[in-house]
Design a protein around this ligand. Structure first.
Ligand SMILES: Nc1ncnc2c1ncn2[C@@H]1O[C@H](COP(=O)(O)OP(=O)(O)O)[C@@H](O)[C@H]1O
Ligand SMILES: [Mg+2]
Length: 280
């Protein structure tokens, strides 16, 4: 098995539930029996961020969970804790909007601004000093192949370009931690590779680079993730309990499946997860 060490925790979900208009949407995420903790991982001689997949049937609560993690709205019970980077003294705090980058499926980019203006705003939000902003924006436009689109606005961009702008916006303003809700759905093969490369870029440029993503494609989850959480509905005497919860998690690092080519053990895990989702 590949050598690795778990260091400090980067995100801890404890006893989280969410009720919307009286309806229980999520229940008991992060318990003693089924912890939801993402650790900083150290691998010898490597920069190693983490990729975490959340999978589950449509309507099981993945997007709702992501909105809680991104601090878009508060949990009904429980807490979501992250390191307090501003204090930088090893203390932790509850997550707030803006702490974690959130790339939604619809890329809600500003309608009136140019790409360059949007990225400047992101840099300002990300507290990048004014004198460095132009340089930071230029280098992202260059590496993400968007230099020619600098003066275009949302409606003038292709789907792939919109996605890249939305991703850069989040990377610039939130640094390490990124959530992607269904980043692969509706993409063609080339753009799927673009997103895979993005993931790799984020998790190989900083030890703290962490991605949480959801997908319907279990093959992609098993191929890309180091940790997989399966969300579904628990059954009691054959009846589904209300509220999506973690019905199973897989630590691919412990299983010796992380950071490897997709092979027979990955195929087996894929089949096991598909069955879990079908039965939940
Ligand atoms: N703002 C809301 N108001 C009422 N119901 C909601 C709201 N957001 C989500 N839901 C419900 O919560 C459940 C989970 O939705 P969602 O988190 O989008 O699941 P997933 O992303 O796994 O498909 C669904 O039944 C959905 O209808
Ligand atoms: Mg969703």
């Amino acid at each position: 098995m590949e050598e690795f060490k778990r260091v400090s925790s980067l995100l801890t979900i404890e006893g989280v539930s969410k009720r919307i208009h009286g309806k229980l949407i999520l229940r008991d995420i992060g318990t003693k029996e089924s912890p939801f903790v993402i650790h900083d991982i150290n691998r010898p001689n490597r920069i190693q961020g983490q990729t975490v997949a959340v999978v589950g049937a449509s309507g099981s609560g993945k997007s709702t969970l992501f909105k809680l993690i991104a601090g878009i709205y508060p949990p009904t019970t429980g807490t979501i804790i992250i390191p307090d980077e501003e204090k930088n003294n090893g203390s932790f705090k509850e997550v707030e909007g803006g702490d974690i980058g959130f790339v939604q499926q619809s890329y809600p980019l500003s309608r009136n601004q140019t790409v360059q203006e949007m990225l400047h705003d992101a840099a300002k939000q990300g507290k990048i000093p004014k004198s460095e902003r132009q340089h930071v924006v230029d280098s992202y436009l260059e590496t993400w192949n968007l230099k020619d689109q600098r003066y275009l606005s949302k409606n003038q961009l292709s789907g792939g370009q919109k996605q890249r702008v939305a991703i850069i916006e989040q990377i610039i303003c939130s640094h390490h931690f990124m959530i992607f809700d269904e980043p692969f759905s509706g993409l063609d093969v080339r753009n799927i590779d673009d997103v895979k490369n993005t993931f790799e870029k984020i998790t190989t440029t900083s030890d703290l680079g962490t991605i949480i993503f959801s997908t319907h494609d279990i093959h992609l989850a098993v191929e890309l993730a180091d940790l997989i959480y399966v969300i579904g509905f628990e059954k009691e005497k054959g009846v589904c309990k209300p509220g999506g919860t973690v019905i199973k998690s897989f630590d691919l690092m412990e299983m010796g499946l992380a950071w490897k080519e997709y092979g027979a053990p990955h195929r087996e895990l894929n089949a096991q997860i598909q069955k879990l989702i079908k039965d939940s």
